[in-house]
Design a protein around this ligand. Structure first.
Ligand SMILES: [Zn+2]
Length: 132
C-alpha cells in the first residue's frame, strides 16, 4: 500500500493554498469596483486549513453571481483540506482505493481514483444529456 508521502502531501497542500489564493484574487478582480469591506477582510485572512470556516461559503455569502465557477472550485479546495485534516485525503470517495500521488499532484482536489472518476463523469454526462 503506497500512502501519499508527507512530502507529496506538503506539495499538494501548497498547491491547494496557491490555487485558493488565485481564486480569491479572481473574485476580488471581478468585485473590484465595489470596495466590499467583507471581501477585503476575507482576503487578508490566512486561507486554508487554519480554521473551521469555509472559504467557499464566505465567498458565496458575497452573492457574486460571476464567481460561481470560483465558488465551486473553492468548495473543492475546502473539501480537500477537510480530507487532509480527517486523514481521508488520498482515498477514493467511491471505492476507498488509494489515489496515486501523481494524480493528486496534478489534480489536488481529486476525490476519486481514475476508474471511479471516469465512471462518475459518464453518469454525470448522461444525467446532463437531454432525453428525447
Ligand atoms: Zn475509486
Amino acid at each position: 500500500m503506497s500512502k501519499t508521502s508527507k512530502k507529496d502531501l506538503d506539495n499538494i497542500k501548497e498547491k491547494l493554498h496557491l490555487r485558493q489564493r488565485e481564486l480569491l484574487e479572481e473574485v476580488r478582480d471581478e468585485f473590484d469596483q465595489r470596495e466590499n469591506q467583507h471581501l477585503i477582510d476575507l482576503m487578508s485572512r490566512e486561507p486554508g486549513d487554519s480554521g473551521d470556516y469555509s472559504m467557499a461559503d464566505e465567498v458565496a455569502d458575497l452573492n457574486i453571481a460571476l464567481a460561481d465557477r470560483q465558488i465551486r472550485e473553492l468548495r473543492d479546495i475546502d473539501e480537500a483540506f477537510a480530507r487532509v485534516k480527517d486523514g481521508s485525503f488520498g482515498s477514493c470517495v467511491d471505492c476507498g482505493a488509494e489515489i496515486v500521488a501523481a494524480r493528486l499532484l496534478v489534480y489536488p482536489t481529486a476525490k476519486r481514483c481514475l476508474a471511479c472518476q471516469e465512471r462518475h463523469e459518464q453518469l454525470y454526462a448522461q444525467e446532463g444529456r437531454p432525453t428525447l
